[in-house]
Design a protein around this ligand. Structure first.
Ligand code: CAO
Length: 415
């Protein structure tokens, strides 16, 4: 079976996490992703957080599947010529260097267009145009400037960053969509274009509901689904909502059996309005189903703390999986807090290819997250990440370089 992006060639100039997330997705959809790395060193993550001496780190292997690796010194004049040949052959150049790095290398948008007017140049940057456009940015910086940190955590504590890599991987996802969209537009215009995904913008896009709440707060001064209601106070900006659910279906994280010694013996419980009567029956508070203080969503809002305490008295008598089973029988939305260990061992995630075991020639077997997006006509086959420069000769030959020329470029330090 073919792949959705068969025939698309990506010059992958990405490093660390945001850019590699994007190009890995494109590779999983069938694009030929040629990762250009610095000769001798490669992507800095190859050696970051190493757990097996001498082997590429999990940080690198888990973000660079299905790619080919070539090493080119793009500051060497002869290396630049090799990069030019690649630009002429590829459809998309993806990069996430610090602002200006590509220009300093001599590959401005104008130069790239001269070499290949069909080339799409896709970039991740920390910020879009404006006062901070020249800043370098990492994951947690993006979470802080994109509105995630100020709205995450508890009211009486400092801002908190989330474990989900919404700045890096989130922006990589945004960029991937921009690239396939630009490829689609190119089929009609014949022209390439620039695609920019700024990490601040990507995080803010994922915090859309918090900007919604900012405006609600300014209009009404209060947001009844937030834990600050009815006893706390609201300030000028959207406060941290703890574990409250973001929409109109109040939820909270509740203790389950074993919470005293297991840090993940908790369940997320949602008091969804259509199943309120069932919730009352399950927790043994049948009278709440008709009591005017509890029977309607509006009546419940000022009493959520008391209601969740009562539900918790019930969840603490069950393990999180027992609670999930019982609640699901009644169609009550909930979610056990799964540890990474539990996720790694989850058979169903392995069956769907969301968790994949991969064999690597240096490190041996390791687990990775496979393609989370499933296409029925373009199945994903997860292949191990490339060793540094593993495909240099192969790609050079495809570009038309002879054995002798390849050897000479290697001697000159260009590749
Ligand atoms: N041959 C020769 N030189 C190369 C090369 C190659 N194959 N590949 C890269 N380089 C050079 C670049 O030209 C650049 O040189 P100059 O600074 O002289 O122009 C240099 O390597 C390093 O690039 P960098 O500034 O991007 O790297 P850094 O480690 O200093 O910064 C980061 C890293 C991530 C902060 C920065 O790249 C950045 O802000 N990127 C955009 C935002 C982003 O993606 N952040 C998420 C990172 S994941 O957490």
């Amino acid at each position: 079976m073919g792949k959705a992006l068969d025939g698309v060639r990506i010059l992958d100039f990405t490093h660390v996490q945001s850019g590699p997330t994007c190009t890995q997705l494109l590779a999983w959809f069938g694009a030929d992703v040629i990762k250009v790395e610095r000769a001798g060193a490669g992507d800095i993550t190859r050696e970051q957080l190493r757990d097996v001496p001498g082997a590429d780190s999990l940080y690198f292997t888990m973000l660079n599947h299905n790619k080919r690796s070539v090493t080119i010194d793009t500051k060497n004049p002869e290396g630049k010529l090799v990069l030019e040949a690649l630009i002429q052959k590829c459809d998309v150049l993806v990069e996430n260097f610090a602002p200006g790095a590509l220009d300093r290398m001599g590959f401005t948008w104008e130069r790239i267009q001269e070499l290949n007017p069909r080339m799409i140049v896709a970039s991740v940057k920390g910020f879009g145009p404006g006062p901070y456009e020249d800043c370098k940015v990492y994951e947690n910086v993006a979470q802080c400037v994109g509105g995630a940190a100020s709205t995450t955590g508890f009211d009486d504590g400092p801002p908190v960053v989330t474990g989900a890599q919404i700045g890096d991987s989130g922006t990589g996802l945004h960029l991937a969509l921009g690239i396939v969209t630009a490829l689609y537009q190119r089929t009609m215009t014949g022209r390439g274009q620039k695609v920019l995904a700024a990490m601040q913008d990507g995080v803010l896009n994922l915090c859309r509901v918090k900007l919604r709440d900012q405006q609600r707060l300014e209009r009404t001064g209060v947001m009844k689904e937030y834990p600050q209601y009815p006893n706390g106070t609201f300030g000028e900006a959207v406060p941290r909502a703890g574990n409250a659910s973001g929409g109109g279906q109040p939820g909270w994280i509740l203790k389950c059996k074993g919470w005293e010694h297991d840090p993940n013996a908790y369940i997320y419980f949602i008091t969804q309005a259509p199943v309120w009567v069932k919730i009352c029956n399950v927790i043994g508070r049948e009278e709440w189903a008709t009591h005017p203080d509890y029977a309607t969503p509006d009546a419940r809002l000022p009493r959520l703390k008391e209601i969740f305490a009562e539900v918790e008295r019930w969840t603490m008598t069950k393990t999180k999986f027992e609670a999930m089973e019982i609640l699901n029988e009644h169609d009550i939305p909930c979610g056990p807090i799964l540890s990474m260990k539990e996720i790694a061992d989850d058979e169903s995630l392995r069956k769907t290819g969301t968790i994949v075991e991969v064999e690597h020639p240096v490190r041996g077997k390791y687990l990775t997250v496979g393609n989370p997006i499933k296409l029925s006509d373009s199945p994903t086959d997860v292949k191990r990440s490339p060793l540094l420069g593993e495909h240099t000769d192969e790609v050079m030959a495809e570009l038309g370089y002879s054995r002798k020329q390849i050897d000479a470029l290697r001697t000159a330090g260009a590749i």
